[in-house]
Design a protein around this ligand. Sequence first.
Ligand SMILES: NC(=O)c1ccc[n+]([C@@H]2O[C@H](COP(=O)([O-])OP(=O)(O)OC[C@H]3O[C@@H](n4cnc5c(N)ncnc54)[C@H](O)[C@@H]3O)[C@@H](O)[C@H]2O)c1
Ligand SMILES: O=C(O)C(=O)C[C@@H](O)[C@H](O)[C@H](O)COP(=O)(O)O
Ligand SMILES: [Zn+2]
Length: 358
Amino acid sequence: MQTLHVELAERRYPIHVGPGLLNQPEQLSRWIDAPALLLVTDSHVAEHYLAPVESALGPRLQGIRVLPPGEAQKSMKTLDSLFDSLAEAGIGRDGAIVALGGGVIGDLSGFAAACWQRGIAFYQLPTTLLAQVDSSVGGKTAINHTSGKNLIGAFHQPRAVIADSTVLSTLPEREYRAGLAEVVKYGFIADVDFLAWLEGRIPALNARDADTIAETVTRCCAIKARVVAEDETEQGRRAILNFGHTFGHAIEGACGYGEWLHGEAVAAGMAQALALSCRLERISQGDHERGLALLRQLHLPVTPPALDTRTWLEWMARDKKATREGLRLVLLRGLGRAELVTDVPTESLEAVLQASSP
Ligand SMILES: NC(=O)c1ccc[n+]([C@@H]2O[C@H](COP(=O)([O-])OP(=O)(O)OC[C@H]3O[C@@H](n4cnc5c(N)ncnc54)[C@H](O)[C@@H]3O)[C@@H](O)[C@H]2O)c1
Ligand SMILES: O=C(O)C(=O)C[C@@H](O)[C@H](O)[C@H](O)COP(=O)(O)O
Ligand SMILES: [Zn+2]
């Protein structure tokens, strides 16, 4: 097992990564240290992993909510129903939520924890690749609004992240691939050596080799923890974690939440962001092709759905990075280095949007 930390002074917390962690009741019970707990999960995850966590937490567990799976749960209606569960379980200020599941469960439960009695603790037990490498770390919590992705939310850090790499063996193939998109993102934005490391392990990644995945999770968490520690509330630098997301969130919203998985939309969005970076001569043609090749070799989509330019621009305008002056996009300045760019020429953006429409 490895333990990293997100260095945020009084909000500093550990990320434990390793095999079999959900089946170590003494450790689990020590890491999850609040006196009263509500556990939130979804029905797929519950089927596989609820029993060991439930028995490890014992009588401190005051309630369990098993939600239907899927992006649609990041809604005001489900959030409201979680408040009912917190009330029924009698969770007060010293209580906490245990989020057992993927990014949907983590984002939703984290936001419920941020709101309940003005903020209670929560613990992330991520069970998807995407959640282990990205969503469980960093404290972005949210639900969706019909007008845009994650528009209602809060920065609220977990008290601990416990990532059991063994649970990834039951993850459906499509969900595994979606998680790889966020993995590749770290190489593009912050670490060209990691990008090369991934390129050298494509057969192992495609075969879901357990050791390769465990190392991948640790490396991604280390990058994310560093970026979050530098800029917890995305005043600047943290925005690089949003590479591909202005396009990706537009795809998710325009096609209807859940139609494209978040990771799939991010993969196609990163292909757009690579194309725009290349058109603006921020990366070479060779680097553009290298980036697309990696996405394709991991069987990730690089072509977005057919949306007209007006639809693209309407959705992208609601991105949280946008200001009154207009869009701000994360683009590359060479592979392994991302920047937040304010002055993207409209004609270049439109050319990329038009070129990608089938
Ligand atoms: N907060 C952040 O920083 C952040 C970062 C990235 C993504 N996100 C959000 O995360 C969400 C996507 O999360 P996700 O990709 O984890 O999807 P998800 O939570 O919907 O889980 C994917 C599917 O896999 C199932 N599942 C989960 N773990 C399993 C396991 N071990 N075995 C079998 N089935 C399992 C779930 O039931 C679900 O059907 C999106 O809403 C996205 O916006 C947030
Ligand atoms: O942690 C971050 O910061 C990220 O941007 C990580 C993203 O992968 C994630 O999808 C996040 O939820 C997007 O945030 P948003 O602010 O664009 O909603
Ligand atoms: Zn993301």
